[in-house]
Design a protein around this ligand. Sequence first.
Ligand code: TMP
Length: 214
Amino acid sequence: MAGQGLFLSFEGIDGAGKSTHVEALAERLKAAGRAVVLTREPGGTPLAEKIRALALHESMDPLTEALLMFAARRDHLQQVIEPALARGDAVLCDRFTDATFAYQGGGRGFDWQTLSALERMVQHLPAAPSQLRQPDLTLWFDLPPATAAIRLAGARLPDRFESQPTAFFEAVRAGYARRAAEDPARFVRINADQPRENVWQAVTQALRGKGWLS
Ligand code: TMP
């Protein structure tokens, strides 16, 4: 019988520096003998990666944007996340639904209740429809948007989100804060405004605290 699956998500505004830590954590867990699925949103399946390309590069209204994020998520859950958790794997997901609340809800100002309705529709568990699939733990890499903007400057050609002004990321950050306040047991806030080594220590500490890393 498969062991207990583990679902971790990683969040933060663009330029928070989370992706290198997600990759390092995947290696660390593999070295500890765990089967790991490293994936991302929007994306993670051939269909969801096509949706990602649209969402990041084509102009559209906020409802279309929110629907695309959830459509990609539905396919990702069905094809990758649920099967991996059923096998007992650790799923490390670079962004998940909190990003939709932060970016489409906070950043774009799209209605929070509508996002909650879409979340319920997409993430309900077939075996227990009143329960939603949520990460076991969400690491929120938090830092001031002005600092993130300096990190992003000069990076690759920005997409539709990365090219937004600092005020947009202030609103995204507020969206993450609201989401964390709604489910504090699931969130760990990582101070991403410090040297990479210190951020890494905070990441591993969060997992040790749960008994998922020795
Ligand atoms: P990434 O560059 O970290 O992979 O994320 C892609 C962009 O998509 C990032 O700017 C955040 C944005 N995004 C949303 O707006 N809503 C979502 O639901 C997700 C998952 C990402």
